[in-house]
Design a protein. Structure first.
Ligand SMILES: [Zn+2]
Length: 240
């Protein structure tokens, strides 16, 4: 079972109320009266949350970890694939919503302190079981189809029997004209900073077709947020 303390994957804030006079802090010369109030999570960093969760699925022993990563690399592409899928699982479960996070505090000898920042248990349980399932899948295609099904509820007919390969492309290799213009317009109006090249360096989605006129199967937000000038990686559908 995944642990539930992701303090360093979140940005949180709180106010502290003091009552030094009535609490006798001045007499003692030490403030012990601070009470934390309105502690809230301001934002969740899905990239570092992905790293934290991934590392919990790896063996702690360094030798076994290296062995496992070499095998998974050969079988399906390894670490980057699992991290891609974990990130998708986090998005499917809307782990970016600050409402499902809580800052836990407790009293110490020097007043209230922050103990941990946790995600609601029902969400953690879903993330846990979906990640467990992910790590039982042994091919790239099984893993990608699994997260597509989680996200959309089904896998597109003409992808069902396909394989995938990781390729590096430029944004202008995508034929945006063929895609739903309304959707593109809406996506462009959203805040996509979490998918900027400095915040997100995993593959940016799934495309099909040939170079210079790829169509986006999945990943509009991630691909639109990519740099216009720098290459990025995506999964390309290969017809069998
Ligand atoms: Zn005080």
């Amino acid at each position: 079972m995944l642990k539930n303390d992701y303090t360093y994957c979140t940005d949180y804030d709180y106010n502290t109320e003091y009552s030094c006079e009535s609490s006798g802090c001045y007499d003692e010369g030490i403030c012990r009266c601070g009470r934390i109030e309105n502690a809230t999570v301001k934002s969740v960093n899905l990239t570092s949350l992905t790293e934290e969760i991934y590392s919990q699925f790896m063996p702690e022993n360094k030798k076994s970890r290296n062995r496992e990563s070499r095998i998974s690399e050969i079988l399906y592409g390894g670490e980057i694939i699992d991290k891609y899928c974990i990130y998708r699982i986090l998005v499917v479960n809307r782990a970016f919503l600050t409402d499902c996070w809580e800052v836990n505090t407790s009293g110490g000898y020097y007043g209230d302190e922050v103990d941990s920042v946790t995600i609601e248990l029902s969400t953690l349980n879903k993330i846990n079981s979906q990640c467990e399932k992910l790590f039982t899948l042994e091919t790239l295609s099984e893993k990608l189809k699994y997260v597509l099904e989680l996200e959309y509820g089904y896998v597109l007919d003409d992808i069902k029997d396909c394989e995938f390969e990781l390729v590096s492309i430029y944004k202008n290799h995508i034929d945006f004209k063929k895609l739903n213009q309304n959707h593109i317009k809406n996506v462009k109006m959203e805040d996509l900073s979490h998918y900027s090249i400095s915040n997100y360096d995993l593959p940016r989605g799934i495309v099909r077709g040939e170079i210079d006129n790829y169509k986006i199967v999945d990943g509009f937000h991630r691909i639109i947020a990519a740099s216009d000038k720098k290459p990025f990686s995506v999964f390309r559908v290969i017809k069998n």
